[in-house]
Write a protein that binds this ligand. Structure first.
Ligand code: AMP
Length: 112
């Protein structure tokens, strides 16, 4: 079980900003921007490699909630970035699919 499953189960605390039956969003404990929120499916999918064809609706749902969360956080006009790290070279450190929503400052490119 990953730390994110423990957050879903309320076994460890998190600053939860949104939740429904399919996903949950909470503030990153180590924010890399003024707004840094993680949006995750409740289903314990490890990473992008492990998304199944049957997850199509779930993944679309998550993107729509990301859009809404960005609006709620006031990022729509200024812009923001959505990042999904996958595997070792991608820098993934928690094996539960998560979408980083970063904003509130200009973000440089390319990433490190
Ligand atoms: P990644 O490196 O893409 O796997 O991202 C994992 C993210 O989870 C990092 O940005 C961490 O800061 C964040 N994180 C780890 N533990 C927690 C936690 N307990 N609550 C909130 N965010 C966390």
């Amino acid at each position: 079980m990953t730390i994110f499953t423990k957050i879903i189960n309320r076994e460890i605390p998190a600053d939860i900003v949104y939740e429904d039956d399919q996903c949950i969003a909470f503030r990153d404990v180590s924010p890399q921007a003024p707004v840094h929120i993680l949006v995750i499916p409740k289903k314990p999918i490890v990473n992008v490699e492990n998304i199944g064809d049957e997850d199509q609706m779930l993944i679309g749902h998550i993107w729509l909630r990301i859009r809404d969360i960005a609006r709620t956080e006031g990022l729509s006009e200024s812009g923001y970035r959505v990042v999904v790290n996958c595997g070792a070279d991608g820098g993934q450190s928690v094996d539960h699919l998560h979408y980083h929503v970063l904003g509130g400052r200009p973000l440089s490119w390319p990433p490190g």
